[in-house]
Every structure is written in structure tokens, then in C-alpha cells.
Design a protein around this ligand. Structure first.
Ligand code: HMG
Ligand code: MG
Length: 298
């Protein structure tokens, strides 16, 4: 992989739709993922196999995963909180999963009803099964630049949790600014500290755009050397257990910025904009992507 290439991890169908008020029917979710599959995106997080009581928006995970067209060369990871979720995902043929915990105890309790260490213990059987079955596991660390309950999150806590997930066998660690409070210098310092313990090639950044800082944060992290960026088409969503958190940075805006910088993503921006505009229409809301707004203005 050349240094000019950035892999976008499209999280809209999962992180985006988990927090939208509108409950989209499974066939619309399937149509969305199929559209995204034809844009050139290499990784599309399709859904999550969490408790439907906690996230009713994604209760149809099995139906959605089974219904999507699996385009060769495209990965379709799914989020799992525990072994039960892992088994549900495997039953319908998932070959990549993602586990998630946080750098803040308080947030983790609200999000998955467990402390950090306890949540990592829950992942152990998932990682053991995954290793035996040849399943790739991504690890998310949430609240890396601030917590809605605890406030400041020490960088040392982020480093400790990220390194732990990596040691346990996660092939990639995604560093999540869950509530979008980070600013570029802090984002960069956090990434640099984590990269001292986990190879940069195994790191991804995941910014929510609550305070409008996401693109600036991504740029500073690109300068630091990261080459995997999470984003959601049309800038949908957020975490239901992080009060006030708005959507992820919009994929269209990230791709536009990267292409403008002469970087490659393999993504066709026109097709991505079309998918984003289509999704906004399905959700009956204006897109949060500035690029899609500009490109589709009457
Ligand atoms: P709990 O209530 O402590 O779990 O929830 P439990 O083990 O006591 O089980 C309670 C019930 O849930 C039982 O059912 C289980 O069978 C069921 P009952 O006997 O009451 O009928 N259950 C499940 N059902 C289906 N699939 C499963 C599953 N597990 C248990 N996998 C639990 C603990 C982790 C399950 C719950 O807290 C949960 O599902 N949380 C998910 C919350 C979530 O999805 N949050 C959003 C994703 S994280 C995020 O967005 C951040 C990220 O984007 C990065 C960033 O931005 O920072 C990744
Ligand atoms: Mg998120």
C-alpha cells in the first residue's frame, strides 16, 4: 500500500443508522449498502449484533447482513459486544467483526453496562473463537478525546486500552472521538502517544463532527501518519449512549478533502454523493455532508 492511499471505513449503515430517529426498513438498509458497495469503498461496516433492547434500530441485523450483495474485494465487518453477538454474526456468515470498549469507565457503563476491564474480559472468548475460525477482529476505543460523563480523558488511558486490544489480537484499533469534542493538536498528540505502543499501520481514526472539528482533526492525524479513516455517508448518526453526540464526519467530505490533497481512496465521489443524497431522502432529512449539499443544490 503506498503512503498516498487512505482506506475509508464506511460506518454509516451501523454507526449512522443506530442513532437515527427514523427506523429504516431492512430493504432500505440493504439498498444503501448495495449502493455503497458500488462506489469503490473497500470496507463497509454493515450493522451490529448488539442487544435489540439497547439498539432497536439495528434489530434486523441478520436480515440485513444476509440480504446485502457481497461484492468481491469489499469487506463487511459487523459490530459485536460479546460472544452472543459474535455467534449471531457468524450464523449469517460474517467473516469480520468489531468489538468496542472505551477509554472512560463511565461511558463504558452507560454504553455496554460494563467497566473497561470487564468488557475486555467479554471479548476474550470472541477473540479466541475468531482466531480459531479465521475471523478478523477490529477493536474500537471510544471517548479518546473526551467523555460525556467524565469530561477529560487522560491520554494514558487511551494508550492502555488501545494497546490491550492490540495485544489481544485486534488487527486494527479505531480511535473514536465519540462526542466530537477533540481539536487538531489534541487529536494528533493522542494518536502519537498511541502509535508509540501500537504500530501506526494498525490504527484508524473515527471522528464525530459535533463541534465541526472532524476534518481538521483528520488532517492533523494524516500528517501524523494514519491511513485509515472512519466516516459515515451523509454524516448520519452518533452513539445513542453519548448524549449530544451528532453524526460521524461525512464520507463525501472526507473523500473530497483527500482527493483535493492528491491522496487516493479508490472511491468514486459522484457515486458516493448520489448514495448520500439518496439516504438523506430516505431519512427525510437534509444531508449533513457539505459536499453533497453543494453538489445537489438546485
Ligand atoms: P446487558 O443488559 O448488561 O446484557 O447488556 P446481558 O448479558 O445481561 O443480557 C441482557 C439481555 O440481552 C438478555 O436477553 C441477552 O440474551 C440479550 P433477555 O434474557 O433479557 O431476553 N443480549 C443480546 N441479544 C442479542 N445480541 C447480543 C446480546 N447480548 C445480550 N449480542 C450488552 C450488555 C452489551 C448486550 C448491551 O449493553 C448492548 O447491546 N450494548 C450495545 C450498545 C451499542 O450498540 N452502542 C453503540 C455502539 S458503540 C459506538 O457507537 C461507538 C463507536 O462508534 C466508536 C465511537 O464513536 O467512539 C464504535
Ligand atoms: Mg462512532
Amino acid at each position: 500500500m503506498n503512503d498516498n492511499h487512505v482506506r475509508i471505513v464506511e460506518v454509516g449503515p451501523r454507526d449512522g443508522l443506530q442513532n437515527e430517529k427514523a427506523m429504516l426498513p431492512a430493504d432500505v438498509k440493504i439498498a444503501l449498502i448495495d449502493r455503497l458497495s458500488s462506489t469503490g469503498l473497500a470496507t463497509i461496516e454493515a450493522t451490529s449484533f448488539v442487544s435489540p433492547k439497547w439498539v432497536p434500530q439495528l434489530a434486523d441485523a441478520a436480515e440485513v447482513f444476509q440480504g446485502i450483495r457481497k461484492v468481491p474485494g469489499v469487506s463487511y465487518p459487523v459490530l459485536v459486544p460479546n460472544e452472543q453477538g459474535y455467534r449471531r454474526a457468524r450464523e449469517v456468515g460474517a467473516t469480520e467483526v468489531a468489538v468496542f470498549t472505551a477509554a472512560s469507565e463511565a461511558f463504558n457503563r452507560k454504553n455496554i453496562n460494563a467497566g473497561i476491564d470487564e468488557s475486555i474480559e467479554r471479548f476474550r472468548p470472541v477473540l479466541e473463537l475468531a482466531r480459531a475460525e479465521g475471523v478478523k477482529v477490529r477493536g474500537y476505543v471510544s471517548t479518546v478525546l473526551g467523555c460525556p460523563y467524565q469530561g477529560e480523558v487522560p491520554v494514558a488511558d487511551v494508550v492502555r486500552v488501545a494497546a490491550r486490544l492490540h495485544q489481544l489480537g485486534c488487527h486494527e484499533i479505531s480511535l473514536g472521538d465519540t462526542i466530537g469534542v477533540g481539536t487538531p493538536a489534541k487529536a494528533r498528540a493522542m494518536l502519537k502517544a498511541v502509535a508509540a505502543e501500537v504500530p501506526m499501520a494498525a490504527l484508524a481514526v473515527h471522528f464525530h463532527d459535533t463541534y465541526g472539528q472532524a476534518l481538521a482533526n483528520i488532517l492533523s492525524c494524516l500528517e501524523e501518519g494514519v491511513r485509515v479513516v472512519d466516516s459515515a455517508v451523509s454524516g448520519t448518526g452518533g452513539c445513542p449512549y453519548a448524549k449530544g453526540a451528532t453524526g460521524n464526519v461525512a464520507s463525501e467530505d472526507v473523500v473530497y478533502m483527500l482527493h483535493g490533497m492528491g491522496m487516493e481512496t479508490g472511491v468514486n465521489l459522484d457515486l458516493l454523493v448520489a448514495a448520500g443524497a439518496w439516504l438523506a431522502a430516505q431519512l427525510h432529512k437534509e444531508t449533513a455532508s457539505r459536499v453533497t449539499r453543494a453538489r445537489t443544490a438546485a
